[in-house]
Design a protein around this ligand. Structure first.
Ligand SMILES: Nc1ncnc2c1ncn2[C@@H]1O[C@H](COP(=O)(O)OP(=O)(O)O)[C@@H](O)[C@H]1O
Ligand SMILES: [Mg+2]
Length: 349
C-alpha cells in the first residue's frame, strides 16, 4: 500500500489506542465549598478500530463519554490527562487527530448533536455557505448542492427557509452539508435523537445507501437501542470505559438464555418488586452468573435458558400479584445491562 510522508498506511478508517481525556476541573460555584469537585476521566483508556465501509456505532448512556470521543475524532478537542501522562492516540483515515488536524478534517464529514443550520437561510443557501468554507464555488459547488439535495429528497423544498423544515428534513440537510466536500468518513453525534420513528427510518435508509453505493464509512454515537441494533459493529462505552466491541448479533449471543421480566401489581408500601425478586431468586434457582433476578425500572428481570416454561411457573406461583410478564430473546439493552449493571434508559434524563 502506498503512503504519503504523513499518512500511515492503514486499512482501518479510525484507530483509537488507549485514548483518555480529563476535562479541567470546573470552577467552584458556591463559596464555602472547600472540597474541589472530583475530576473524572471522561474517557479512560479506550481502544478500538473502525473498518473501512462499515457503519460503526458507539453506544452509551448520557455522560458515558460519547461526545468527548466524537470531539477528539473530529479534531475539536485535544485529548489530555494532565502533564507528563500519555492521553493515547486517535488516528483518522491514516492521519493523527492531534498532529494533523487539517488533514483529518479534509477526510471527515461531521454532523454535530446540536443543530448547525441557519433557519433564516434556505436549504440551498445553507449548503452554499458551507461549500464556500471548504473553498468550493461556481458550477462545481452548484452541481454538488443539486446532487445532495436530490439525494436526500429535499430538491422541491430547496428555496424554503430551513426554519420551516421538519426535524427529519433538517437532519437530512445536516448530513448533506457534511458531505458537500466529499469526505470518505462520516462522523455523527447522536444523529437520530429527537427524530420520530419514521424520520429515523428515512435517515437510516440513507446511511445504508451511503455505505452500500458510495462506500462511505460511517461512525456514529447513540444511546438508542434500535439505532445500535442497525450498526454493522458496535462499541459499548460506559463511564468513559469501553466495555465491548462486536456485531450486535454476537453481543446478543453472549447472553445464553431468554430474558424474562415480571411487573408486579403495585404493593402498598411500594416494595413489591424487591420482594418478588428475592422470592423468585429462592424458588427458581440455580442461576447462571449475571442471570439472577434484579429490579430494573420497577420490574424483576432475569435470564433463563427455558424462559417460556419459567414464565408459566411464575404466573402460576403468583396469582393476582403480577401485572405483566414478558419473555424474549436478549436485546442490546440486555447486553448493556449485563456488561455494566445499569439500565441505559435510567441514565437518559
Ligand atoms: N466541557 C466539559 N467540561 C467538563 N466536563 C465535561 C465537559 N463535557 C463533558 N464533560 C463530562 O465528561 C463526561 C462525558 O461526557 P460526554 O462525553 O458529553 O458524554 P455523552 O456524550 O456520552 O453524554 C461526563 O461526566 C460529562 O459531565
Ligand atoms: Mg453526547
Amino acid at each position: 500500500m502506498s503512503s504519503t510522508p504523513t499518512q500511515t498506511a492503514t486499512s482501518s478508517a479510525i484507530c483509537v489506542e488507549n485514548l483518555s481525556h480529563q476535562y479541567p476541573a470546573p470552577k467552584r460555584s458556591r463559596r464555602g465549598n472547600s472540597q474541589p469537585a472530583p475530576r473524572v476521566l471522561a474517557l479512560d483508556g479506550v481502544s478500538f478500530e473502525v473498518n473501512m465501509g462499515e457503519v460503526f456505532g458507539i453506544l452509551g448512556p448520557n455522560g458515558g463519554g460519547k461526545s468527548t470521543l466524537f470531539r477528539i475524532l473530529s479534531t475539536m478537542l485535544r485529548p489530555s490527562v494532565g502533564e507528563g501522562r500519555s492521553a493515547g492516540s486517535a488516528n483518522v483515515m491514516g492521519y493523527d487527530a492531534v498532529a494533523e488536524p487539517g488533514l483529518v478534517r479534509r477526510q471527515l464529514g461531521v454532523v454535530f448533536q446540536s443543530p448547525s443550520l441557519d433557519g433564516k437561510l434556505t436549504a440551498v443557501e445553507n449548503l452554499r455557505h458551507q461549500g464556500r468554507l471548504y473553498g468550493l464555488g461556481g458550477f462545481e459547488l452548484s452541481k454538488r448542492i443539486d446532487h445532495w439535495l436530490e439525494y436526500f429528497g429535499l430538491s422541491d423544498r430547496q428555496d424554503e427557509f430551513v426554519e420551516r423544515f421538519s426535524g427529519g428534513m433538517r437532519r437530512r440537510l445536516e448530513v448533506a452539508k457534511a458531505l458537500l466536500h466529499e469526505p470518505t468518513l462520516l462522523l455523527m453525534d447522536e444523529p437520530a435523537t429527537g427524530l420520530d420513528p419514521a424520520a429515523r427510518r428515512d435517515l437510516w435508509q440513507k446511511l445504508f445507501e451511503l455505505r452500500d453505493q458510495k462506500g462511505m464509512t460511517i461512525a456514529l454515537t447513540t444511546h438508542l437501542m434500535d439505532e445500535a441494533d442497525r450498526c454493522d459493529r458496535l462499541a459499548i462505552i460506559c463511564e468513559g470505559k469501553l466495555v465491548a466491541v462486536d456485531t450486535p448479533g454476537n453481543l446478543k449471543a453472549r447472553i445464553g438464555g431468554d430474558v424474562v421480566t415480571v411487573e408486579p401489581e403495585v404493593a402498598e408500601n411500594g416494595s413489591g418488586a424487591e420482594r418478588l425478586a428475592s422470592e423468585i431468586t429462592e424458588k427458581f434457582g440455580p442461576w447462571d452468573e449475571g442471570a439472577s433476578p434484579a429490579v430494573v425500572d420497577g420490574r424483576v428481570r432475569f435470564e433463563k435458558a427455558d424462559g417460556a416454561r419459567v414464565v408459566a411457573e411464575v404466573a402460576a406461583a403468583y396469582p393476582g400479584k403480577i401485572r405483566s410478564l414478558t419473555v424474549g430473546r436478549p436485546t442490546i439493552e440486555d447486553v448493556f445491562l449485563r456488561l455494566t449493571g445499569a439500565a441505559l434508559g435510567e441514565s437518559n434524563a
